[in-house]
Design a protein around this ligand. Structure first.
Ligand code: CAA
Length: 283
């Protein structure tokens, strides 16, 4: 199954990164979002990333222009009518995703695979909104997408081997390393990462240490590139809370209860880097 044309839904941090790596791999990409200003912001991010590569002498200007030439923008879902693959990176809301997948199922050609970049929602439930659950799969990229090597590929209950193989092959084409996992809350990445972040927040909440101290311990002691609270700010505290709630609901186990301090920050609108304030203040 060759991927010649891909639609990426959602032009935020994840969607624009996903679009960029596909265009860099020679694939035509439609970057879709609800409003033109959203897709333009996503395109500006991609342009900035590519310009930095040119400045560093890693990319020729001509190559940059060719990559940008493979990207088109869309605010009309009907543009999915001739794609081989859709990768959805919209908001983490089951109702919105189910509606999107039901619509895409009507619009996209029969052979098209419908993938979701969800960080924790059940692939099987998203697939159930379509008449092609065998062609629905999780393709979970890590932030920042152009830098991080992992693609966590999640099989839904009905996903076929052929579809899994196509997505694994595509991930390698993108110069990423695919890892296969099954469909359980948080998959592998967030089932392990988020409880660690949540525990780091508890250590601050209980007065064990300051955010700076917690991050230093994990950076210098465990060789993590970022401390867990810096990482939480980078991911977005709303996303962290949402994933913890998904784990808590999905397993019904109190070990996944979100820290009250995390809830408080989200209620205050302190969502991390994107709002200028989380565990740290950003200029
Ligand atoms: N977009 C594109 N490129 C970026 C970038 C971004 N947002 N941020 C950094 N980079 C690039 C830089 O340009 C630089 O590239 P070159 O080597 O080509 O110059 C490279 O990444 C390294 O950047 P820096 O030297 O500025 O900084 P660093 O060495 O500290 O690396 C980092 C930055 C890669 C983000 C590193 O700190 C890191 O790996 N952090 C942890 C990231 C992580 O854990 N991500 C997973 C989050 S969880 C997730 O995404 C899943 C989920 O469901 C929540």
């Amino acid at each position: 199954m060759s991927m010649k044309k891909v639609m990426v839904i959602g032009a935020g941090q994840m969607g624009s990164g996903i679009a960029q790596v596909h265009a860099m791999a020679g694939i035509d990409v439609i970057l879709h979002d609800l409003k033109q200003e959203f897709v333009e912001r996503g395109m500006a991010t991609i342009q900035k990333n590519l310009n930095r590569q040119v400045e560093k002498g890693r990319l020729e200007e001509g190559e940059r222009d060719a990559i940008l030439g493979r990207l088109t923008t869309s605010t009309d879902l009907q543009n999915a009518k001739d794609v081989d693959l859709v990768i959805e990176a919209a908001v983490e809301n089951m109702e919105i995703k189910s509606k999107l997948f039901a619509d895409l199922d009507q619009i996209a050609p029969d052979h098209a695979i419908l993938a979701t970049n969800t960080s924790s929602l059940p692939i099987t439930e998203i697939a159930a909104a379509t008449n092609r659950p065998e062609k629905v799969i999780g393709m979970h990229f890590m932030n920042p997408v152009p830098v991080m090597k992992l693609v966590e590929i999640i099989r839904g209950l009905a996903t076929t081997d052929e579809v899994y193989q196509a997505i694994e092959d595509l991930s390698r084409t993108l110069s990423k390393t695919p890892v296969e996992v099954n469909d359980f809350p948080g998959f592998v990445s967030n089932r392990i990462l988020m409880p660690m972040i949540n525990e780091a927040i508890y250590t601050v909440y209980e007065g064990v240490a300051t955010p700076e101290a917690v991050d230093e311990v994990m950076k210098l002691g465990m060789n993590h590139p970022m401390g867990p609270l810096t990482l939480a700010d980078f991911i977005g505290l709303d996303t962290c809370l949402y994933i913890m709630e998904t784990l808590h609901d999905g397993f019904g186990d109190d070990k996944y209860r979100p820290c009250p301090l995390l809830r408080k920050y989200v209620k205050a609108g302190w969502l991390g880097k994107k709002t200028g304030r989380g565990f740290y203040v950003y200029e």
